[in-house]
Design a protein around this ligand. Structure first.
Ligand code: HEC
Length: 159
């Protein structure tokens, strides 16, 4: 019996890393084997799905508040309706005409731009304001990082 136990133990040790009778050790053992199964499942699913999983983890959710990159905008823009600062409030602008926020004194250039704010126009404007609206009063050089722009657009959409 003793020898049999030892053999079983050494076989199990490879899988469970723990061998003994204690309840807590058994619990550890099963946790370890679950982790091992999980790893195997991930490995079997391949790198593609693991990369996707990490993309999902990095995905930005507007419900969690403004993205970090918005700090560059919040110097001049609020997300509160009706609260204009150096720039107009960005609340509710998605889907609206450019230069149409009540109580804000826009540049003639912005008002005449004929733009409607959607994913495309916002992306282009945030990347290079003066190129998209020559003569805009927004003194901001532009945001080069497309992911950061995308997060800001998601945020503006949610306002
Ligand atoms: C230095 C201040 C300043 C900063 C920083 C700034 N803006 Fe602006 N923004 C303005 C001003 C001023 C206007 C009005 C421009 C005009 O009338 O030509 C404006 C206009 C806009 C508009 C057009 C609003 C409308 O209803 O037509 C959008 C969209 C916008 N900004 C987004 C952003 C985003 C996103 C950022 C950050 C990446 C940002 N701005 C950074 C000052 C700023």
């Amino acid at each position: 019996m003793k020898i049999q136990n030892l053999v079983t133990c050494s076989i199990m040790a490879g899988v469970l890393a723990a061998c003994g009778g204690g309840a807590s050790e058994e619990a550890e053992g099963s946790a370890a084997s679950q982790t091992a199964e999980g790893d195997t499942a991930n490995a079997a699913a391949g790198n593609g799905s693991m990369a996707q999983a990490s993309d999902e983890a990095a995905a930005y959710d507007p419900a969690s508040g403004p993205p970090k990159a918005f700090a560059q905008c919040s110097i001049c823009h609020s997300a509160e309706p009706g609260k204009n600062m150096i720039g107009p409030s960005l609340a509710g602008i998605y889907g609206e005409k450019a230069g149409d926020v009540e109580g804000f004194n826009f540049s003639p250039a912005m008002m005449k731009s004929g733009l409607v704010w959607d994913d495309e126009t916002l992306d282009a404007y945030i990347e290079n304001p003066r190129k998209v609206v020559p003569g805009t009063r927004m003194s901001y050089a532009g945001m080069k990082n497309p992911e950061m722009r995308q997060q800001i657009i998601e945020y503006i959409k949610s306002l």
